[in-house]
Design a protein around this ligand. Sequence first.
Ligand code: ADP
Ligand code: MG
Ligand code: MG
Length: 931
Amino acid sequence: MGRSIYFFGGGQADGDAQQKELLGGKGAGLAEMTRLGIPVPPGFTVTTEVCNAYYAAGKALPAGVEDEIRAAIGRLESLLDARFGSPEAPLLVSVRSGARASMPGMMDTILNLGLNDEIARGLAERTGSERFALDAYRRFILTYADIVLGVPRDRFEEALGRAREQAAARLGVDATRLNAAELERKVPDSLLDPESLAALIQRQKDIVLGATGRPFPDDPYAQLWGAIRAVFDSWKNHRAQVYRKMHDIPEAWGTACNVQAMVFGNLGDDSGTGVAFTRDPSTGERRFYGEWLPNAQGEDVVAGVRTPHPLSKSGTGGVSGAGGVSGAGGVDDACSLEAQMPDVYAELVEVQATLERHFRDMQDLEFTIQQKKLFLLQCRTGKRTGRAAVRIAVEMAKEGLISQREAILRVEPGSIDQLLHPSIDPSAPKKLLARGLPASPGAATGQVVFSADEAERRAGQGKAVILVRSETSPEDIHGMKAARGILTARGGMTSHAAVVARGMGKSCVAGCSAISVSQGQMAVTLYDDHGHPTDTITVKAGDLITLDGGTGTVYLGAVPTVPAALSGEFEELMVWADAVRRLRVRSNADTPHDARTARNFGAEGIGLCRTEHMFFDEERIQAMREMILADGEAGRRRALAKLLPFQRGDFVGVFREMAGLPVTIRLLDPPLHEFLPQDEAQLHQLSKAMGVPAQDLSRKNEELAEYNPMLGHRGCRLAITSPEIYEMQARAIVEAACEVAAAGIEVEPEIMIPLSMTRRELAITRALVEAVAEKVFAEKGRRVDVRFGTMIELPRAALVAGELAEEAEFFSFGTNDLTQTALGISRDDAGRFLGAYVEAGIFAKDPFQSLDAAGVGELVEIGRDRGRAARPGLKLGVCGEHGGDPSSIAFFERAGLDYVSCSPFRVPVARLAAAQAALAAESSRGPRATD
Ligand code: ADP
Ligand code: MG
Ligand code: MG
């Protein structure tokens, strides 16, 4: 282990921005800001290595670290001319967690540490404000008790309520008929007077003594050791673990711990605290953007307890009309930092510009103003919506801040998924319920639920839910994950709900002050056009509402949505991505409609057209069932003849949509019993329609039943026993191709055989397809190019790929089945235990979502090598879920395949992921001469 402590302060820092692994993002950012000459309260970072050593030693700080920390505190003392633990010139510190990747609100931070009765008196004298000192002290006890001593926050609620009542009495406010929330509004923290605070502190200490059996620690160093341990412990708390899993953050990273001199935003109206973004995190617009609260400390802004004010006046870059129903621009303008403290605002604007230029990315800042002096407390790369990510990347490239290549790499492919999803239909009739802040875009409809657990429960039953809370906290994260959208009554654009929802790409309306949530229902105040309240209605759990997170609007009931409209910046980024991409991107599409969607999203062909989906239609299923139930070949052919025109029609439609692009059509794959009636009623209906006794039908049903249909009579095995099925399909394809070609449209049909594992299977099916094609060409008097190929979805197929390639002109790796057959894990049953496998770290990720590169990937490479050796230029593609998964796409790029195919909505994601993979491959081959 290297050094344990990295100091920052007085314009110098031991660490810098490069050392995130060691110092965590927060520590590295504080060090870098200090080096840049930005005002940062001094402090030091205890490294992530110490955290890991702490865990390795069974939760004990490594020897020597305490001494190093005492020395660092000594350095702080001489820098600030104050003393830790002294009432004369008290030095207070914050103890802040901070991991390599930002995990907002997931771990713990303790403010105002270093206070006891005596020191609090000293602080009061020093600052001239007894109220302030006691307020800091009681907040410290509360947080410390909660985080370090394990006495939950809500145990102190009653004590705080009593303090409010006492204060109310002194203020002459009648508190007898107020509930807790109303009392808090009437007597906010800032109105608690010294006497009530002193009494509150004593009660809090009594509660701690009662709960732990020990007095609250008075010794500042004892407080410090406890806090540092608690910060390290918070790395493994439940919500941090959930967050890490969602964001693929390894447990082994550990967190750093920052000990930093306190500055006070709660020293009066010339003080305050806030958060800011160098660009709009929701839209990406280039404007300085943020919120602040005067006379407030720490998490007050993020916690959403008071609704914060904008930093800028409207029109100069800040939020306009934040919260409420009537856009109260005038009031907001007057409360803005720009209006209240123009000099501090100007300095902040300068600092944010410096930071964005320095880090060359959008920054998220936390700052505090102590008596008109600005301090930066945190900077990090700001979280943003997919839409904002695209806009910021493209605009920064155009501004010359980053290169086009960097712009491509800046946008996480998964995040653009949200751009492609529907929004509220502007012309649909809708009943406006309320307006709040547009915290995270997207439309979402669902049943109202009021707790995270309920959200999870109903979502588990397949219900769409909207989680409605006064405000969210990190404990709600599982419910937010389960919900379609999130609505909060309090909190701003940077509240927990807003930040987390944006990260998840979920619709969120925050700070909707017209609603109030209590006792399992929400009351909504309705307003007229002038902002006057007109009525109140009640919404109960289970009622449907619709959120528009892009405008901050809440509607009653379900409102229809319209497909996404892609922005200019999005198109631009895609053009850049396409220019560096090597892998082609096709789509899985079974219908002309899907084909069109896919093409609009930039698909360069269809990689998988599943013909079985074409059989499930009302009219067709009947003919299909007749075919399956027919006794001999002649009967089967009669039924198939009925299906032929339907199939041909489908293919004509698909070929037209995909004019000039390849279309890979897979011949029938699923076992036949999937098409048979599933229950008695259906069976009787069919029996009547076909004039076949119900008994005969159920006998046939039994005959076709399989123990393990996935490994049963399916795929090309169907064609070996009933070649007429594939004959009909081949005829439909070739006839359709001829028909479309005759209309002057270019067609590129590719016929694909599923589940093959021997050369002979392919030889038989190929002869069959070719014979049909020749017949059709003769009938139509024209030829079209029809390619013949196979899926590789069995391990044996990958191993004998050399032989298969003798018959096949292309391979498409069917990685869903290949994963299933290589791992011997049934896709349909995997859900029962795969979660546990991922949890236990046996698989890093679900292998059905993200390719198992070591195993299944090796089969793909074997198939590639042996196939290409036998047939140079063999075309290689992938169909299956992995074709739309960014990390799997990176593998397919490295493996040198020709294309991936994914669902239409994933096509842009795959295009971007393929471009990033190409850039990664390029940089691993060595730097380019030019950029
Ligand atoms: P998180 O990682 O959850 O954002 P932080 O460690 O950033 O937690 O602390 C949260 C907030 O506490 C900060 O935004 C800041 O407002 C306040 N805070 C932390 N350290 C100090 C300090 N030394 N002086 C004043 N405020 C502080
Ligand atoms: Mg926090
Ligand atoms: Mg922070």
